[in-house]
Design a binder for this molecule. Structure first.
Ligand SMILES: [Zn+2]
Length: 254
């Protein structure tokens, strides 16, 4: 593989939909596999795209269940593999990630840490495998990190869950692709500091100068075409909505 590749595992917002798990994305480059978020149902679909134990590292944006609950499923797989427990892999998440997974699994934190080497995220830039991963705090009720991932000159930003914030514009400045949540409809009175509408996703992409906008975290009870129409009113570049199995990257012909 010449460059980085992102495969959408799950893009359903808030809960799984009929066609997609909740949030999860597989990033691959140079034989390294990094999974961003592991929402409900992600581990099942992930196995269509990677070996069960082929994951090298995991990043978790925040500890809402639709972004992290399948970490518990993956802990069980790594703990009870028939050939014996698998060695720990790095998991990067907000403070309290190990405790949250321990709660999901009904285990103590030490047992979780035997399979997951958990690192607290901060606003930082670090190498994870072949990727440069930069994090910024987003505008969401719990500590939430958006990610900018760069490899060999290709740049991706992922909003995670967020309300409007300049931090997302900074994170996504000049990226090739902005994978941006669009949970809300602009026509409704939405609660503040929680999520973006399609229009707001488009506004952030325009301000950041993103080369392409892909809407994600689309909630099953809303019409994705309406979200796309909203975003098209505030962003004039290439625009699409994520689907499970969609591949993004510099080497893909789409
Ligand atoms: Zn959330």
């Amino acid at each position: 593989m010449a460059g980085m590749r992102l495969t959408v595992i799950g893009c359903s917002g808030s809960f799984p939909g009929p066609d997609s798990p909740a949030s999860s994305y597989l990033l691959e480059a140079e034989g390294f596999r990094l999974v961003m978020d592991m929402g409900n149902g992600a581990l099942g679909i992930l196995q269509r795209h990677a070996e069960l134990f082929g994951v090298d590292a995991i990043c978790v944006s925040h500890l809402h269940g639709d972004h992290c609950i399948d970490l518990s499923s993956y802990w069980i797989a790594r703990q009870y593999a028939p050939e014996g427990p698998r060695p720990p892999i790095p998991v990067y998440g907000p403070k309290g990630t190990a405790q949250r997974v321990a709660g999901f699994c009904g285990e103590d934190v030490a047992s979780i840490q035997a399979r997951f080497e958990v690192h607290d995220l901060d606003q930082q830039s670090q190498e994870i495998g072949p990727f440069r991963v930069t994090t910024e705090r987003m505008n969401h009720p719990v500590e939430t990190f958006g990610f900018r991932v760069e490899h060999a000159g290709w740049r991706l930003a992922y909003s995670a869950d967020t309300g409007p914030t300049d931090a997302l514009v900074r994170l996504a400045e000049g990226v090739d692709v902005l994978l941006c949540e669009a949970s809300f409809r602009d026509s409704e009175t939405n609660p503040p500091n929680l999520h973006l509408s399609g229009r707001q996703a488009g506004e952030h992409a325009t301000r950041a100068g993103a080369g392409e906008l892909v809407l994600t975290h689309l909630v099953p009870w809303y019409d994705r075409e309406q979200s796309l129409a909203e975003a098209a009113g505030s962003y004039c570049g290439p625009l699409s909505a994520a689907t499970s199995g969609l591949v993004l990257g510099p080497v893909t012909a789409r």
